[in-house]
Design a binder for this molecule. Sequence first.
Ligand code: IPE
Ligand code: IPE
Ligand code: MG
Length: 245
Amino acid sequence: MKTFEKLKAQLNHDLMPVHVAVIMDGNGRWAKKKGAGRLFGHKSGARSVRAIVEASVEIGIKYLTVYAFSTENWSRPESEVKGLLNLILNSLIEEIEELSENNIRVSFIGSDKNISTDYSEKVKKECEKTKDNTGLNFIVAMNYGGKIELLDAVKKMIPDIKKGNITADNLTEATFESHLYTTDIPDPDLLIRTSGEIRLSNFLIWQSAYAELYFTDILWPDFDKVAFLEAILEYQNRKRRFGGI
Ligand code: IPE
Ligand code: IPE
Ligand code: MG
């Protein structure tokens, strides 16, 4: 049997991904298979988040980003949207102490649009508690969309463009990136998506330009530490060329 410890022993510590990003998909289908409601699926999915955060700490991952709610997810029934937003905030509040004790720095990335000030303030207050931690950077993509992030970056640059600080001649990828939600976060090396869907669904579209993509049929609530290590081991077998030979 593949155990976490056995797989962990196979890791090559010189080839660890610095940043792992995860599209946590399949909660609804998992719940349906069990004859339960979609929110039960989301609640069960929260356990998998906990498991991969723990695994990331144990194997020394520096950045872990999880896609919790997309700008497209507002199109779901209101009850599901409300349930998801509450679950994300309540899990954060419940877990923050333990996360902080484990030296984890928590932050949220995403758009402010459609999110109440009260909600953002609560998130900010919890994240603040972990700001001096130096271990795993745990990033929650919440109300996140890659396209709106790119537009927001352009909007943020407009004042500097007007002042002539940013011009067609001096605008670089680095300057552009410094206006993304992910300033100070390195690009993901490995991007995992569960549930058998083979698409990015507007997740980190700029940052994933050279990410290694890993797709598994496992539904998110069934994704555990062993499945996570299997993804990392597969990543370590990939040949990254970045356009070279
Ligand atoms: C992923 O599970 C969680 C979110 C998108 C918030 P889904 O809710 O998309 O589950 P499926 O894809 O319907 O099974
Ligand atoms: C992507 O999953 C968004 C999150 C995991 C938060 P979706 O279930 O929303 O994606 P689509 O609709 O299948 O592309
Ligand atoms: Mg889905």
